[in-house]
Structure formats: structure tokens, C-alpha cells
Design a protein around this ligand. Sequence first.
Ligand SMILES: Cc1cc2nc3c(=O)[nH]c(=O)nc-3n(C[C@H](O)[C@H](O)[C@H](O)COP(=O)(O)OP(=O)(O)OC[C@H]3O[C@@H](n4cnc5c(N)ncnc54)[C@H](O)[C@@H]3O)c2cc1C
Length: 365
Amino acid sequence: MAGSAARWSGTSIAACSCGRRACRRRCTWRSRWPPRAACARARWDAVRLIAALRRDRYRVLGTTGADITVEALLAAHGQGRAIVDGLWSPLCVAALNTPVERASAQVFANVLRDSLGAARPASDLLLPAVDLTALFPDPAARHVEARGGSVHRGHRIARIEPAAGGRGWRLLFAQGRAEPAGPFDAIVLAVAPRALVDLTEGWPALRTMRAQVAALAYEPITSVYLQYPASVRLRHAMTGFADGPGQWVFDRGALAGQPGLLGVVISASTAQRAPGSDALAHAVHRQLCDLVPGLPLPEWTKVITEKQATFACTPGLARPGTLTEVPGIVLAGDHVASDYPATLEGAVRSGQLAAAALLARLPHG
Ligand SMILES: Cc1cc2nc3c(=O)[nH]c(=O)nc-3n(C[C@H](O)[C@H](O)[C@H](O)COP(=O)(O)OP(=O)(O)OC[C@H]3O[C@@H](n4cnc5c(N)ncnc54)[C@H](O)[C@@H]3O)c2cc1C
């Protein structure tokens, strides 16, 4: 197993890139923040915040008893500039895809509870060494099929309707299959928010849920790809920057067998997108020049922005629950009410809850 370290503005996190699907290795912080006094103050601030949150059982209540922004939480606990800029702000944007001034302090506290506040392995940094399809959905499909289930990919559901006699549900496909599928005893609606609104249009019992989902605001994520000569390699497979525009750079040569290709991620990227794609790619290239002395100009660049990448994780956000007003129909997805922001982990946990809820209600459950 070859170890590598991800640098975060002078702070190092040990990470790993090996041949496994995802590699787990302890993270260590090797702070090199100058000056020494600022570094000591920053560490003390971090310890104080985690201790205070732990004392309050990670329950955040502002003066009005309601959720507040991460910025307000940090101010209330007297967090200095060094720890805010060097740790809390990048961590908040990375985990919640929402900047500190708009992000929910309660959800951020939940993330801290289950990472820095939990046992040390909970903070391990895992770097996937295969693409996400091979990492999660393919094994999940094999798991279902090995137990007698079937998985149908590439079929968009256009409508859900009650089966004859009101016994279960049938699915009508948007294209390809004329006949509806079903009847099914129950349905987990695990589509993204906009599709959920469309699919449940005209269901009066789901009006409240639809209104909550339709009211979600979104934050963008921008990915910038820069292809350099194959000989260009980063010292570490993953490197974090505290100063923009790029936030994280991944060496796709080390991680995905694409030599010379660097992928740079910018979460909550509204401000960084403003100058336009070419200017952003150029600014990211200049940023990489500081990391790789003598870096040549890229052969090509590509900027991809997902404008509605995740919901904006704001204080006191109303999210729909797993159960709906319609028996036999439950919801799953990162947007469903939970402790977590819009993440893969939130989506997976929500799916498990939805499955458990259905199993408990079905006659054979
Ligand atoms: C650029 C980007 C980077 C991200 N990076 C990270 C990260 O590093 N870590 C992390 O944890 N999260 C990350 N996320 C967020 C993560 O992708 C989501 O939280 C997660 O995918 C949500 O899963 P989900 O199952 O709720 O929804 P989705 O992944 O959106 O799945 C919904 C599925 O429903 C399908 N669907 C929609 N309509 C229909 C229909 N009518 N019929 C049938 N199927 C339908 C869609 O095709 C889709 O496959 C990122 C998101 C983006 C956009």
C-alpha cells in the first residue's frame, strides 16, 4: 500500500492510493501554519468548539432556540480567523456544499459528531481507486440479483398509478416499454427532487411533501479538468487549497489511470463561475503552477458546472420525511429529512430507512 498525503494549505492529511476499491488509512494532521502562536491558537479554538458541542450533545440552539448558520455558531464560540479559514470553512463547504454564511449549524454539528467527534477511524479519508459506478451501484445491483431481485437500468418512469382493484401500484415507462410494470405492493421513490415533484403531480395527498421539495434551493459544483503532458504528476493524489478558486485537485493519473489529467473540484461555486469558463480554467492553471513548479500550459481544459448539484443546506430546512401520506409509497434520497447534508452517505442511509419502513409495514415484514 503506497501512502500519500493530501495538503490543505500547509496542513497535511495522510491519505492513500492503492489498488483497492477504496483504501482506508488513518488521517494525520501535520500542521505547518506559521506563525507558531497562530497555530496554537487555532488548535485551541478547534478543541474548544468540539468540546462545547460534545457537552451540548451536538445540539445547536441559537438564542431564539432555532438552528443558526455555521458562521453564527463559529462567532458564538469565538473561533479565530486561522481555524475558520484553515479548517471550518473548507470543511463546511466540502461536507454541506453550502458556505458558512448560509449553512446549517445543526447539520454541520452532526457531521462533526460523526467525524472529528467520533472514534478516530471515523475521520479516515477514503480515496476511491475505481469509478463511482464500480464502487457503489454495480455491487448493489449484484447484491439484489443474487437474492432473486431484478434491476432494470435506463427506464425512466413517466407515471405511477394504482393497480386494478386498488391492490398496489403500476409503473408506466416514458419510453421503450408500452406495457406498465407491476403491480407492486410498495414503491420507494428514490428519484431526485425535481423528478419527485413531476412524478407526484396531481396527488392531492402529497401536496405538502411536493411543496417542501419544490421549495428547495440549490448550490452548484464546478469541476475543472486540465490535461497536461502524461509526465505531469502531483506529489499527492489529492491536494486541498484554502485559497481559491480550486478547492481540491485530484491526480487522475494516480487515481484513475489517466496520466497528466488533473481534476479540480469547486463546491458551492457560484462566485468562482462568474468570470466564465476560460477565465476559471486559466485561474485554476495558475493555482496549480504554485503546486508544480514549471508546469506547462494544459493541452486542453474542460469546465463542467452542475448548477443544481445539491440542495442548499440552510438552517432549519424543511425536508420531506421517509413515510408519505400514501400507504405503500415511501421516499429515499439525500433530500429526505435526516441528520445529514446532500451526500452519498445521506442517500444510502435514507434508502436503508425507506426499506426498513416498508418491510415493517408489509404483511410478510
Ligand atoms: C458534481 C457533484 C459532485 C458531488 N460530489 C460528492 C462527493 O464528493 N461526496 C458526496 O457524498 N456527495 C457528492 N455529491 C452529491 C451526491 O451525488 C448526491 O448526494 C447523491 O448522488 C444523492 O443520491 P440520490 O440517490 O438521492 O439521488 P441521485 O444520485 O440524483 O439519484 C436519483 C436517480 O433517479 C433517477 N431518476 C430520476 N428521474 C427518474 C424517473 N422518472 N424514472 C426513473 N429514474 C429516475 C436518476 O436518473 C438518478 O439515477 C456530488 C454531486 C455532484 C452533482
